[in-house]
Design a protein around this ligand. Structure first.
Ligand code: 3PG
Length: 209
């Protein structure tokens, strides 16, 4: 599926979406992810400490680190400079995708309509984030979109939890599922690395059923 990093994400089947308020929690976050069996992180650029957290996680070398909520070309540059290996956006921007390709990182743009999937294809992308998944038709919508777009992989994210992750992963066109339920914001805020490890391990077990 295009960039090797996307194949890696597909291999892990899960993309934890992270909102980190205090970048000094990045180490226990990384330990919880690796310890739970999911060495993957999508750190959203929604908090001032996000880029520092990306830098800390990327420097470990044992995690696949991406930036999420990337809306501008400038944010692509800052995330890649910090060490992000893939760039996730809520929607599809040709400019953002072009910069990702210039910088040699994978782009994972959001698309939930046929027009948006076509725009992503035109921009050179064959894996899209189906976001927000639960309010955009869920599994039925992905199956319907996959019919005309053979060769496109979907990463549904948004409103997905432990109870419905398997339902999405059962769709052949779904390469991985994303979501924030795997790394509870409260656990991160409390510095509860053990709780993060537990939730991550539970998600991995739900995804491999
Ligand atoms: C995202 O940016 O991908 C979403 O905020 C994640 O959605 P969720 O919190 O519903 O899992």
């Amino acid at each position: 599926a295009g960039h090797p990093v996307l194949a890696e994400l597909a291999r892990h089947r899960l993309v934890p979406v992270i909102v980190i308020e205090d970048p000094s929690a990045a180490t226990l976050l990384g330990d919880g992810l690796v310890g739970g069996g999911l060495p993957v992180a999508e750190v959203t650029l929604r908090t001032p400490g996000a880029l520092d957290a990306i830098a800390t996680l990327a420097a470990r070398g044992d995690l696949l680190v991406g930036a999420g909520t990337v809306l501008t070309v400038d944010q692509v540059d800052r995330a890649v400079d910090a060490g992000a290996q893939y760039i996730v956006s809520p929607g599809t921007s040709a400019e953002v995708i072009a910069r990702c390709h210039e910088r040699g990182v994978a782009a994972l743009p959001g698309a939930v309509t046929a027009t948006e999937v076509q725009a992503a294809l035109t921009a050179g992308v064959t894996t899209v984030k189906f976001f927000p998944a639960s309010t955009s038709g869920g599994p039925a919508a992905i199956r319907a979109l996959a019919a005309p777009f053979a060769g496109v992989s979907f990463v549904p994210t948004g409103g997905i939890g432990a109870d419905d992750v398997a339902q999405y992963l059962a769709i052949p066109a779904v390469s991985a599922v994303g979501g924030s339920w795997m790394v509870p914001r409260e656990a991160l805020r409390n510095g509860d690395g053990e709780e993060i490890r537990r939730q991550v391990a539970a998600a991995v077990s739900a995804a491999t059923k």
